[in-house]
Design a protein around this ligand. Structure first.
Ligand code: COA
Length: 327
C-alpha cells in the first residue's frame, strides 16, 4: 500500500508586526500579562489588499518549489480555514487558479485550529487508497478580520498567516505513519463566530449591532479541554504505531498558548528541546499554526531523515487530532 510523504513545506506571513506594546495602546492589557498568560510577544497582521488566499498562494508556491514539482502535477488541494476569502466559492479554488494547478480537485474544510491536520488526514487517506498521488494541504487564516480589537480577552491571542505541505505517494518507509481526528460538537458554543452564517447573516442588523461577526470564546474551558484532548490525540498516534513518547524527535503542537504547549509536553514527558515553539512571534494562527511551525522546523534542519515527528492540534468545534510522521 502506498504511503504519503511530505516532500515540500512552505509558509508565508504578513509583513506587519503588532507587538504587545502596540496592544497596550489599544486595550487595557500589558506585555507582562500577555507574556505570562500566553507566551505571545507579537503577531503578524494582514494589511489592506492582503487576504487569506494571498498568504496561502505564497506558502503553496514555496512548498511546491521545495518538493520540486509543478502545480499541474497536483491532483488534490485542501485548504483548512475559518477565514476564507468568501463564504463561497472555496478559497482552495482561488488558490488552484492562482498557482495554475489545473488538474487538482480543490476544496476548503472547516475544522478551526485542527483544519490542517484534518486536511492532512484526508489527503493521506486518498493517497493510501491509491486515488490521488500528489496533494497540497494548506492552513491559512486572516483571523484579524474576525477579531474584536476592543476585546482584550481575545484580541491578544490571534494572528494571520499560512503554511502548506506537499504530499506525494511513496512506497518507502518514511512518510505519514498515521493520522487521528476527533470532534465533540457539544462544545460548539465555547469557541465560535456567531455571525455571518445562515443563523445570523451578515446582512441582518443584529449581526452588526451585537457584534456577532467577531470570535467569541470561553478561554478557561477551551484551555482545560485543549490539554486533555491534545494528550489523547498524542497517545492515539503513539499507541497506533507501538511507539512511546521517548521515540519522538520533535513535537510540533498547535501554537495557541505556551501554557497549553508546556502542559501537553509535560504529560508526554518531553523536554523543551523536543518541543517546537514559535507562538511568541505569531500568536495563534489557527489552521496555519502547525504547517508554519512544520516549515520553520524543516527549513531550520530540525527534521532529519528517520526522525519521528508528532503533530498535535486542538480547536473550535471542538475538534482535535494528531499525525505521526517518519521524516
Ligand atoms: N490583559 C489583562 N487582563 C486580562 C486580559 C488581557 N488581555 N484578558 C483577560 N484579562 C483578565 C480577565 O478579565 C480576568 O480578570 P478578573 O479576574 O478581574 O475577571 C483575569 O485577567 C483572568 O482571566 P482568565 O480568563 O481567568 O485568564 P486565564 O489565565 O484563563 O487566561 C486565556 C486567559 C485566554 C489566555 C486562557 O484562558 C487561554 O489561553 N485559553 C485558551 C484560549 C485558546 O487557546 N483558544 C484557541 C484554542 S485553539
Amino acid at each position: 500500500m502506498p504511503r504519503a510523504r511530505i516532500t515540500g513545506t512552505g509558509s508565508a506571513l504578513p509583513g506587519k508586526i503588532v507587538t504587545n506594546a502596540d496592544l497596550e495602546r489599544m486595550v487595557e492589557t500589558s506585555d507582562e500579562w500577555i507574556t505570562t498568560r500566553t507566551g505571545i510577544k507579537e503577531r503578524r497582521i494582514a494589511v489592506e489588499g492582503e487576504f487569506t488566499s494571498t498568504f496561502a498562494v505564497q506558502a503553496a508556491r514555496r512548498a511546491l518549489e521545495m518538493a520540486g514539482i509543478g502545480p499541474d502535477e497536483l491532483d488534490l488541494i485542501i485548504l483548512g480555514t475559518v477565514t476564507p476569502d468568501f463564504p463561497f466559492p472555496a478559497t482552495a479554488c482561488i488558490i488552484q487558479h492562482e498557482i495554475g494547478a489545473h488538474n487538482a480537485a480543490a476544496f476548503d474544510l472547516s475544522a478551526a485550529c485542527s483544519g490542517f491536520l484534518y486536511g492532512l488526514s484526508i489527503a493521506d487517506n486518498y493517497i493510501r487508497g491509491g486515488l490521488k498521488k500528489k496533494a497540497l494541504v494548506i492552513g491559512a487564516e486572516v483571523l484579524s478580520r474576525i477579531v474584536d480589537w476592543s476585546d482584550r480577552n481575545t484580541c491578544i491571542l490571534f494572528g494571520d498567516g499560512s503554511g502548506a505541505a506537499v504530499l506525494e505517494a511513496t512506497e518507502g518507509d518514511s512518510g505519514i505513519l498515521s493520522t487521528h481526528i476527533f470532534s465533540n460538537g457539544s462544545f460548539w458554543e465555547t469557541l465560535y463566530q456567531p455571525g455571518c452564517g445562515s443563523r445570523n447573516p451578515g446582512s441582518c442588523g443584529r449581526t452588526i449591532d451585537e457584534r456577532l461577526f467577531y470570535i467569541r470564546m470561553e478561554g478557561n474551558d477551551v484551555f482545560k479541554h485543549a490539554v486533555r484532548a491534545m494528550e489523547e490525540a498524542a497517545f492515539a498516534a503513539l499507541n497506533a504505531n507501538d511507539l512511546s513518547a521517548s521515540d519522538i524527535s520533535l513535537f510540533i503542537p498547535h501554537q495557541a498558548n505556551r501554557r497549553i504547549i508546556d502542559a501537553t509536553g509535560k504529560r508526554l514527558g518531553l523536554g523543551e528541546d523536543r518541543v517546537f515553539v514559535n507562538l511568541h512571534h505569531y500568536g495563534n494562527t489557527s489552521s496555519a499554526s502547525i504547517p508554519i511551525a512544520l516549515d520553520e522546523a524543516n527549513r531550520a534542519g530540525r527534521l532529519k531523515a528517520g526522525d519521528i515527528a508528532l503533530l498535535d492540534a486542538f480547536g473550535g468545534g471542538f475538534t482535535w487530532g494528531s499525525a505521526l510522521l517518519r521524516w
